[in-house]
Write a protein that binds this ligand. Structure first.
Ligand code: HEM
Ligand SMILES: *[C@@H]1O[C@H](CO)[C@@H](O)[C@H](O)[C@H]1NC(C)=O
Ligand SMILES: *[C@@H]1O[C@H](CO)[C@@H](O)[C@H](O)[C@H]1NC(C)=O
Ligand SMILES: CC(=O)N[C@H]1CO[C@H](CO)[C@@H](O)[C@@H]1O
Length: 319
């Protein structure tokens, strides 16, 4: 197996010289013969962890997004920094990505059952899929067969920020094969989880030097957040991205932003920018549309190809 993967990597390197991507097509049930229990093992451990902490689905969704947007879905986000390497994990945007130890725990269980067979990139993908269902979102089948990347560099983390415009974010998603519709749907992941004050504090007072809060934020919400963030600025507190059904994976996020109750500037802009407003309004009125579109968009997100070359034994470092 190891030799096979080394050869694949060499072939993939040769191809990359001619800049032809080596496409290893992902498939449903990739591990059904090599590790028949793989998907069950992942699901059980995610379920256990979820039973103790309902915020786990949000953590995994964000991890999956951050992984796939940098070098494709190749678990590059999991590599620990060393003295020589500042890896993706330590880039500012990744500072609050969490649940790395859950991935370690799943990996350890899989290594026990099927040595060096299931990639860390697939673990993130499967665990995220299971977590979405646990939060009340759709259940879906997701293709597997990803390889783990050999490279992880903090300097390559180039994710859109919370103050990006809809058009900037559209470009960033477009560069990865995701449409404007996919983008609006994927940002619906903000129906669960939290943001820390540092990502939205600029909206609460003296927004863009105006001496007042961001006029696109509901006044009562701005006052409340100002109290929250101002009371203990050093602690950088957090608040729910969906202020209504904060733990439920539903389309309520879209209704909230239509009521000027978006927390991040980019979330609020989705409802206001003419590029995205019509998508927001149809998603706000139709939870089934959101669920179905989310599945399609997640599969596209998960298909962003890395150029991974191995199955890591430990998700935190190359073999
Ligand atoms: C323009 C694109 C996006 C921007 C600028 C953005 C920005 C952010 C920011 C600033 C936070 C707060 C992090 C913290 O304070 O800990 C956050 C949280 C989150 N993001 Fe995004 N995000 C984007 C797209 C996405 C996508 C595509 C997904 C998943 C499909 C996603 C899933 C999440 C989740 C679930 C959380 C909550 C994390 C937690 O509770 O730990 N985001 N995002
Ligand atoms: C770490 O740095 C070395 C040399 O700077 C490089 O060869 C190696 O690929 C890096 N490792 C990762 C995981 O990026
Ligand atoms: C919260 O969401 C429910 C539906 O899930 C809705 O009926 C209600 O109006 C919402 N409340 C607020 C304050 O937005
Ligand atoms: C967990 C982690 O590595 N956090 C880092 C995120 O990025 C900031 C800024 O680069 C660092 O200070 C954190 O240590």
């Amino acid at each position: 197996m190891e030799n096979f993967l080394v050869k694949l990597h060499v072939i993939s390197f040769m191809f990359s010289i001619y800049s032809l991507p080596l496409t290893l097509a992902l498939q449903l049930g990739f591990y059904s013969s090599s590790c028949p229990n793989a998907e069950n093992i992942v699901r059980q451990i995610v379920q256990q962890r979820f039973n103790g902490d309902r915020s786990v689905p949000a953590a995994l969704l964000r991890m999956h997004f951050h992984d796939c947007f940098v070098r494709g879905c190749d678990a590059s986000i999991l590599i620990d920094s060393t003295n020589n390497n500042q890896t993706e994990k330590v880039a500012g945007a990744n500072g609050t990505v969490r649940e790395y130890t859950l991935i370690d725990q799943i990996k350890a269980a899989l290594e026990q059952s099927c040595r060096q067979t299931v990639s860390c990139a697939d673990i993130i993908t499967l665990a995220t899929r299971d977590a979405v269902a646990l939060a009340g979102g759709p259940r879906y089948n997701v293709p597997t067969g990803r390889l783990d990347g050999l490279i992880s560099r903090a300097s390559e983390v180039n994710l859109p920020g919370p103050s990006s415009t809809v058009s900037q974010v559209q470009q960033s998603f477009g560069a990865r094969g995701l449409s404007l519709n996919d983008m609006v749907v994927l940002l619906g992941a903000h129906t669960i989880g939290v943001s820390h004050c540092n990502f939205f504090q600029d909206r609460l007072s003296n927004f863009q030097g105006s001496g007042a809060p961001d006029p696109t934020m509901d006044r009562a919400l701005a006052n409340r957040l100002s109290g929250l963030c101002g009371a203990n600025p050093n602690a950088n507190p957090s608040t729910f991205l969906d202020q209504n059904t904060s733990f439920v994976f539903d389309n309520e996020f879209y209704n909230q932003i239509r009521k000027n109750r978006g927390i991040l500037k980019i979330d609020q802009e989705l409802a206001l920018d003419t590029l995205s407003a019509r998508f927001v309004s149809s998603l706000a009125g139709n939870n089934n549309l959101f669920r179905q579109s989310f599945v399609n968009a997640m599969i596209k997100l998960g298909n962003i190809q890395g150029n991974g070359g191995e199955i890591r034994r430990n998700c935190r470092r190359r073999n």
